[in-house]
Each structure stands twice: as C-alpha cells, then as structure tokens.
Design a binder for this molecule. Structure first.
Ligand code: HEM
Length: 359
C-alpha cells in the first residue's frame, strides 16, 4: 500500500513542480488557472496516462472548460446557448475518450517515457479488464472522474490560498513545517515521500479547516426509499433530499466559533483518550467523514477521491510556500457560488520568488 501511495505521490509532485516552475519569469498570475492546470494534469495522468503537454490533454481541458460553463445553465438546446455548447463539448470529450479506449484495446497509444511507465497501469486499464462494464459505462466513469477529479480540488487549493492570505500566523506555521520537511532531505530537489506527507501535521489541520469553512461542495443528492420520521418531520418515500453540508460545518453545536478560520482546532487533544478531537464536536484530525465533518459526503456514495484531493493540496502547498510569497491583487475576490464555487476574477496574485537563503 505504501509503495502504491509513493507512486501516486511522485506523479503528483511532478505535476506540482512543473506548474510552479512555469511561474519562473512571472510576477503576476491568475491562481485558479494554475490550480486547474495542476489538478487536471494529475487526473489525466492517473486515468489516461496522458502528459500535460500532450495535445489530447489540452483538447480535453479546453472542452471541459466549455462544458463547465454550461453545466448549470438554462437547458435550452439552441445553437449558441451555454447549454448547447456544453452538450457539444461533452460529446467531443466522449469521442476523444472513445478513440483512446479503442487505441488502448489495440495495445497502442500509451505514453512510454521510461521503463517504469510501461509497467504502471492507469484507471482506464483497470476499467478495460472489468468485463462486466459496457463501453458506455467505461466512458461515463472516465468522464465522471475527469470532472470530479479536477474542478473541486482546484477550487479547494485556491480557497486554502485565500485563507492563508488572510491568516499570516497560519502561513508562517505552514512554511515552518515545510522548511523542516525540506531540511530533512539530503538534496534540495529530493522528492517527497509518503512519510514526509504523514509528518505534515499542521498541513493536515489546515486542510481540514479549509474543507470545513470552505464548503467546496454545498450539498449531496439523496432520495428516500421509505418514509422517514426525523425530529418531528415526516419525509415521504420517494422524496429528494439535499443535505446541506455547511449546515453541519457551521453549526456552533458541532464546532465552536464556527465562522472563525482556526486550523489549530484540529490539534486539540482529548484529555481522557489522548485522541485528536478537532472541531470541538468529535470530528478527528485525520478523519474524512464523521457526523460533524462531512466535506466529502458520507455512506456508500462518499467521494472516492478524498485522499487524493488532500494529497494534491498538501504537495502543491509544499512547493508554493517554499518558493513564493504572494499578495492577492483583488482584495474582494472571494469564492462565490456561481452556482459552483468559483472566484469571480480567478484569484489574481502578485508573486515574488523567495530567494534560496530565505527558504
Ligand atoms: C476537495 C476536493 C473534493 C471534494 C470537496 C469532493 C466532494 C465530493 C462530494 C461531497 C461528493 C458526493 C458524496 C456523496 O454523495 O455522499 C463527491 C462525489 C464524488 N467525487 Fe469528489 N470531491 C473532491 C475531489 C475528488 C477527486 C480528486 C475525485 C477523483 C479522483 C473525486 C471523484 C468523485 C466521484 C467519482 C464522486 C461520485 C461518487 C459516487 O456517486 O459514488 N472527487 N465528491
């Protein structure tokens, strides 16, 4: 399991380093564009073994951007509407994925950069070996993962950066933690390991707190299969139920001072058990789903990407805080539900490279 995690980690770190290196001669950037590039390159690598600079990756990303714009639009399928453009974009992504699937079945089209690459299976390989899945199901799973796997995580990383910009104490503590991790390495460029990741305890607290306060996903979809009686209410069978996740995260009976961004709340230790309790209401520090902390939903449909999302965030943060300082260029650019969470201006930043001596 650890070896498998290291595999993921190295791929993810390569993507983070590639994106952050591209800032070398820049003093301004639109941060959400950068996080999208990063999370998209991670997911296309894991699912389709495509490199970020591959023209197919760029085609898929371009179509995804159009698709996202029409995902929650008025459903009028007339030429020129956001809805019609989204449908066309989705069909194009499906066609590209189908071509990749056909190539794969013929044993062509893998990106063989090195020996290790040839041995490694990606998610499409796994789906192909599943003989109970139809072609449509495979394509639909690939699309769901490409979508679920990059948009939420890219927004999440942008939200963390926004919180850090407003909380210098957290930023300092984060930077110190990552300096310690880096200084334990023999060489400056040495890759991170799974043990390094596990040692990033403040980063984990920060990630939990950003998930709690940021509420990247607002609600989940459920349907009652029998009549439910809850706190004096009756919800008839067959009704659609949309549990609002921030109702749980911002409830003072679950988390004390819920509107306060306080990563340190995840480090509180229960005096009796010695366990990290976090949140004042029972959500544990390393816990992804507890009754008081449900950023990834819960039950059988809980997000399968929760661990990879947190890993991606931690690695990107590692390389940013060690190499750059930043200032948001539009102070009032904060995440809004549009209806999906997004920054109106994409979070433009002015950035400054930290010289070697200040790392
Ligand atoms: C911060 C980042 C993320 C957040 C906040 C998030 C949140 C969620 C939530 C709330 C759900 C609904 C769960 C439910 O109904 O109980 C979900 C579903 C899903 N997520 Fe994520 N997610 C994130 C990242 C990812 C990543 C990186 C992937 C893929 C690698 C992914 C793939 C999926 C898929 C495929 C589903 C549908 C699961 C199903 O219906 O069975 N997500 N996510």
């Amino acid at each position: 399991m650890k070896a498998h995690n290291e595999f993921f980690l190295t791929d993810i770190e390569n993507s983070a380093v590639r994106v952050i290196r591209s800032w070398k001669n820049k003093d301004r950037l639109v941060f959400c564009e950068e996080t999208r590039k990063y999370t998209f390159s991670v997911i296309v690598k894991q699912i389709l073994s495509l490199a970020p600079e591959d023209p197919v990756t760029l085609q898929i990303l371009d179509n995804f951007t159009t698709f996202m714009k029409g995902l929650c639009s008025i459903p009028i399928n007339l030429p020129g509407t956001a809805y019609a453009k989204a449908i066309q974009a989705k069909n194009r992504i499906k066609a590209i994925t189908k071509t990749l699937l056909d190539q794969r079945r013929r044993g062509e089209g893998r990106d063989h950069d090195d020996d290790q690459e040839q041995r490694k299976m990606d998610f499409m390989d796994v789906l192909i070996t599943h003989d109970k899945l139809s072609e449509d199901e495979i394509l639909s799973l690939v699309l769901d993962l490409l979508l679920g796997g990059h948009e939420t995580t890219s927004m999440f990383i942008a939200i963390i950066l926004r919180f850090l910009s407003d909380c210098p104490k957290a930023l300092n503590e984060l930077r110190e933690e990552h300096r310690r991790v880096r200084s334990s390495k023999a060489r400056d460029e040495e890759a991170l390991t799974w043990d390094d990741y596990q040692r990033m305890t403040f980063t984990h607290s920060l990630i939990n707190e950003a998930l709690r306060c940021g509420n990247v996903v607002k609600f989940v979809h459920r349907k009652t299969i029998k009549t439910i009686h809850y706190k004096g209410f009756e919800i008839p069978s067959g009704w659609k139920v949309l549990p609002i996740l921030q109702g749980v995260h911002l409830d003072p009976s679950n988390h004390s001072n819920p509107l306060e961004f306080n990563p340190w709340r995840w480090q509180q230790v229960d005096e009796k058990t010695g366990n990290v309790v976090g949140g004042g209401g029972g959500g544990g520090g390393g816990v992804t789903a507890a009754k008081t902390f449900i950023p990834f939903g819960g039950g059988k449909r809980m997000c399968p990407g929760s661990d990879i999302a947190k890993l991606e965030a931690a690695i990107f943060l590692h390389h940013i805080v060690l190499n750059y300082s930043w200032v948001p260029l539009k102070e009032n650019d904060r995440p809004m539900s549009l209806p999906y969470l997004d920054f109106k201006h994409g979070l433009p930043l002015s950035i400054k490279s930290l010289s070697q001596s200040h790392r």
